[in-house]
Write a protein of this length. Sequence first.
Lengths: 206, 458
Amino acid sequence: MVRKKQEGMSTTREQILNAVRANQPALKVLPEVVIPADSINLQAKFTETLTTIGGKVIKAGSYGDIIDYIKSINKAGDRVISSVAGLSDVILSGNTSPLPHSLQDVELAIIKAHFGVAENGAVWITEYLLSQRVLPFICQHLIVILNADDLVANMHQAYEKIGNEHYGYGTFIAGPSKTADIEQSLVLGAHGSRSMTIFLIKPPSD
Amino acid sequence: MHTETKDHAELADVFNKNEARVDWHDETLWWIRQKRDKAVNHLPEWELLRETASQIKDNVLSNLAGYLVQFEENAQKNGIIVHWAADADEHNNIVLGLLHSKGITKMVKSKSMLTEECHLNDYLENNGIEVIDSDLGERIVQLAKEPPSHIVLPCIHKKKEEIGDLFHLHLGTPAGNADPQFLTETARQHLRETFLTRRAALTGVNFAVAETGEFVVCTNEGNADMGAHLAEIHIASMGIEKIIPKRKNLGVFLRLLTRSATGQPITTYSSHFSKPREGTEIHIIIVDNGRSKQLGREDFRNSLKCIRCGACMNTCPVYRRSGGHSYHSAISGPIGAILAPNLDMEKYADLPFASTLCGSCSNVCPVKIDIHQQLYKWRQVIVQNGYAPAGKKAAMKLMSLTLSSPTAYHIGGKAGRFVMKYAPFAVNNKLNLWYKQRDMPEPPKESFGEWYAKNRKA
C-alpha cells in the first residue's frame, strides 16, 4: 500500500511511475541469451586468468597441504580466522565479539567458495560460507578453498548454477583488492585483502 | 565555481595550455582503450554479447514501470526499505533525513555518479554532515576540491606529483613522495579508520534485478563492501534505468562492463545485496531526475541504456585532448554530452558540439548506444530551440546564404582564395575559430569549377 504524502496529492512514487508509463515505448521482447561455452580446460584457464589479475592458485591433494602452507607463511601471533572444519591446527581466532569491526586485526582468513569461473578467475561466495560479510574484505590476506571440479567456463554458466538460490548477500571475488587510480599504476591491496590464494582441491584418484 | 559560465571550447583552451600534459592525458586514455581491445578480442562472442545487452535494455526501457514495481516489491520482501525521489533535491533530502533519524553526522561513500549528478556532498556538508569518499580516485579529487573528470577513473587528469602534494597537505605524507604504492598504502590506512568508525555508508548501484529485488555493486578496491558491511545503515542510490529483468542477465552485463571499462575480465568484487544483515538497514533510493523525460524523447532514449563503463570517453579524440572538466557536467565525454542537454538544454547547449562525430564512441559502446548520431541530433534540437552559440549561428547563416546562391558561392570562393593567398593574416587570426590549434590549408590556385571549364575545352 502506498501512503499518500498529502491528501489530494500523488506521491513521488506515483508521479515517477506515471511519467515512465506515459513515456516508455511499445513493449519489446526480452531476448533469450544463447551463448555457448567454449570447451576449454577449465582448471588451466581459471589458473591462467586468476594469475594474470594478481591472484595465486595452488593445487592441493588434501587439507594437509593447506595446513602446511599456512604454517609456512604465518608469523607467530598472527590472527587467523576460519570456519572451515579441519583447519583447527592453524586457527588463532582471538576476539570472539559478534561485531564485524572486531575482525579488523585479522591477518589471514580462510574461506570456502561455491565455485569458480574460468573466464575471469572469480569465485562465488555467499554469506552462508562467511562468519561475517566483511571477512574477505577486512582481512589482510585471503585464502579460498575450492573443489577443483567446481569450475564453470563463463558467467552465463555461473548464473545458471546459482539459479534461484536465496541469499542475503553473495559476491564474486576475483583476485586481491586493487587500484590504478594514481597514474594508472597498478597497486595491489587497496581497501580489501592484499593477496588472494586459491587452493584447488583434488583428492588423488585411486 | 566561476567555470559554470565557460563553455566546452573555452574550458578545453585552459586544458590545452599545457601541451605536454595534453599528450600525456591523450596517451594514457588511449592505452586504456587498447587494453579494452585486447580483452574484447579474446571473446569471439563479443558482438553477440553487445547485441544481447542492447536488446535486454530495449526490453527494460519498454517495460520500465512494470520492472520498477516488481523490483520494489521483491526488495521489500527481502527487508530492504525503498524510497522514491523525483529529482536531486528530493534524493538529497531523503539521505539527510535518514542520517538525522539515526543521529549520524559522518558518512562514508563509495563511487556513485548519481550522487555527483545530485551534488549530494555539497548539500550534506552544508547541512553539517561530513562525507568521505572512499574510492581512491574520488578521495583524491575530493581532497583537491574538484569534481571527478572521468566516471571510472575520477582523477585521470592528475599527475602523481600533484597527488603526492595533496597527501602531504592533508594526510601528512613526506613532501615530495609521489610513489603510487606508498600513496595507496597511506590511503588504505587513512580510510580503514574511516570505515571502522562510520555508522552510515552510501553506495551506488550498478544493476538492480527486478526478479529478485537484489542489487549489485562492482568495485576493484573493495571500498563499497568495507563501508556497507561495517555500517548500521547502508543507503544505495540508483537511477530508474539501472533495472535489469532477471538475475541471469547479470551474466551478460558483468561480462561487458569491465572489459569495456579497463580491459579487466571482471571487477575484483561484484557484490549482490539482497537482505540487510541482522540488526542493520538497507535503504534504496530510486531516482528519476530527468530520466523519465529522456525516456519520452524517441531520438535520445537509448542513452538510458548506459552502464557507465567509460569506454566512449577513453576512445574519444575530443575527450582525450580536452579533459573531463571541460564538459562542466557530472558525466563527461560523449555519453555525458547526450545526457546533459536533457537536464538543461541551455546550460549544456555546447556539449553536443564537442565532438568530431567520428563514431568511435558508438563502436565501443557495450550496449550499442548510437552516441554519435544522438550528438548530431541534439545539435538540430539545440539550434531549433534557439540555444546555439552566437558565433555558430552567424557562421551558419552566412554559410546557408552562400550555398543557396551559385553567384554568391563563386564570388565567395574566389574571394577566399584571393584572401588566403595575398592576405593570410585576415584568416590566420583569433577571430577565426578554425585557426586555433590548426594551420590553414594552402589555397588552391583555382576552383574545381574553373579547372573543369578550362580542361573540358582542351
